[in-house]
Design a protein around this ligand. Structure first.
Ligand code: AHR
Length: 500
């Protein structure tokens, strides 16, 4: 089938925001313990961090990392995770029915972020704690005055303030599963007062209020309206979370997931702008899409332990991703980029082992899941400005999203360096697409490299033994003639084109 699109450097959506390529490390399963941190691992450094994992985190191109949860944060006392490790208490992690030895806490995490070259995004507990504990954590992390907390941080080995700019005011407080779950009114009040107090310490912080955990929750829409009405002046972002999976056998709808994600973002933007109008406010609320991914929530791997079993770092949410999952993840990145005018921060959930692009064996190997590739490629290629493109292609029917166009894409163009990128998916379940891309408006450009990720078996996955089963391959069959680039996109594929 024939498909077309035009790249026009004048159709600028916004700058590419580096924070679009954020990730998430939660005290959950093996994300922290035997994920980023494993002192007995052969590659562990002097702080117990796995350097094989750090290498892949850098290769992934992650920019910000949200921490320490997630649902975990709603039962967390941050004080348990600081000070001499031998004195730290083991605690019940209610969210994941696990035992947290607290051998990693905020100072270890901050040390890790410096090694990984990422910006931290810290969450405070507004489920079971409140204003003062959040201010204490802020003072412990960023304090420069000779306060008890700042002195304690220095005594614990971090003389310099951590200087954390971005803070999440709780996590998924709309979800009935959340420890300390709240109504929109209850949450809006505590979030506003926490934000106000944190701003009394430092007015330049960037604060994120909890939006809805998913659009299918009954409170979606009214939650955002009430929470933003309370917090509008005090926060910079409303969060938005979304996960997709194949429901039953419905791969068609799964392939069209980004259609739902586009609509979800549009609805949150509209709701936030409605509050802005009602409050006669000047600023526009930005969106922090701080949990997104493919997650097979209905599979057994997502069910936490129960009863008397409170294990440390159990195997939880260790989804194995397929080629098809990588295409859907790539499409989600396209959606995030095309909404860069309002989605200015995002975190893929999560980074290591737990619904993650990077997998580890305790004491052993590390490998890249299929979804590693679209993330790493997009993070490396998207520079300068995001350009709106409007591909035309055949459609395929889906049960959940109506007729979905096969081709979806976004382009970026960096005026300064004269380089550009095209990120494109063919989400058609059966048909290849012959795509013609009009590049004439970019002037005299050439293709630096074109790649495609595709597997004849869309359910093929990578393993420690076959880590490159699904990976992008460099194309040598792409032509550029008279300003038109032609490439064939196999069914269920993710492709990149780098231009200069
Ligand atoms: O990322 C896994 C979980 O998903 C997080 O802990 C929670 O915030 C969300 O429901």
């Amino acid at each position: 089938a024939n498909a077309r699109l035009t790249v026009d450097p004048e159709l600028v959506v916004s700058p590419v925001h580096r924070r679009t390529f954020g990730s998430f490390v939660e005290h959950l399963g093996r994300c922290v313990y035997t994920g980023i941190h494993e002192p007995t691992h052969p590659t562990a450094d002097e702080d117990g961090f796995r350097q094989d994992v750090l290498d892949l985190v850098r290769e992934l191109g992650v920019t910000t990392v949200r921490y320490p949860g997630g649902n975990f944060v709603s039962g967390y006392r941050w004080e348990d995770g600081v000070g001499p490790v031998e004195d730290r208490p083991a605690r019940l992690d209610l969210a994941w029915h696990s035992l947290d030895p607290n051998t990693v806490g905020v100072d270890e995490f901050m040390r890790w972020t410096r090694k990984a070259g990422v910006e931290p995004m810290m969450a405070v507990n507004l489920g079971t704690r409140g204003v003062l504990e959040a201010v204490d954590l802020l003072d412990y992390c960023n304090g420069t005055a000779p306060t008890a907390w700042a002195k304690q941080r220095a005594a614990n080995g971090s003389a310099e303030p951590h200087n954390i700019r971005m803070w999440c005011l709780g996590n998924e407080m709309d979800g009935p599963w959340q420890t300390g779950h709240k109504t929109a009114h209850e949450y809006g009040r505590i979030a506003a007062e926490t934000a106000r107090a944190m701003r009394q310490v430092d007015p330049t912080l960037e604060l994120v209020a909890c939006g809805s955990s998913a659009p299918d929750l009954p409170t979606f829409g009214s939650w955002e309206r009430e929470v933003l009405t309370e917090t509008y002046d005090q926060v910079d972002y409303i969060s938005i979370h979304r996960y997709y999976e194949i429901k039953g056998e419905d791969t068609h709808s799964f392939l069209g997931s980004a259609v739902d994600m586009d609509a979800f973002i549009d609805d949150v933007v509209a709701t936030a702008d409605g509050v802005r109008a009602a409050l006669k406010a000047e600023k526009r609320m930005m969106l922090s899409f701080d949990e997104w991914n493919v997650w097979y929530q209905s599979r057994a791997a997502s069910v936490p332990p129960a009863g008397d079993d409170w294990p440390v770092a159990p195997v939880l949410l260790e989804d194995r991703y397929s080629a098809m999952d990588a295409v859907v993840v790539g499409n989600m990145l396209i959606t995030l980029l095309r909404h860069s005018d309002r989605v200015t921060a995002a975190s893929q959930a999560q980074l290591v082992n737990v619904i993650a692009p990077i997998m580890t064996e305790p004491g052993g190997r590390v490998w890249k899941q299929t979804i590693f590739h679209p993330f790493a490629q997009a993070a490396a290629l998207a520079k300068g400005s995001v350009l709106r493109v409007a591909p035309t292609s055949e459609t395929f029917p889906t049960a959940q999203h109506g007729d979905v166009p096969a081709v979806d894409a976004v382009a970026t163009w960096d005026e300064e360096t004269g380089t550009g990128a095209l990120l494109v998916v063919n989400r058609h379940p059966e048909n290849a697409q012959d795509l013609a891309i009009d590049l004439s408006r970019l002037g005299d450009v050439r293709v630096v490299e074109a790649t495609t990720l595709h597997h004849d078996d869309p359910f093929a996955a990578n393993t420690a033994d076959a880590p490159d089963e699904v990976a992008p391959v460099v194309r040598d069959d792409v032509t550029l003639e008279d300003g038109t680039l032609s490439l064939t996109l196999p069914a269920i594929s993710w492709s990149t084109v780098a231009l200069t």
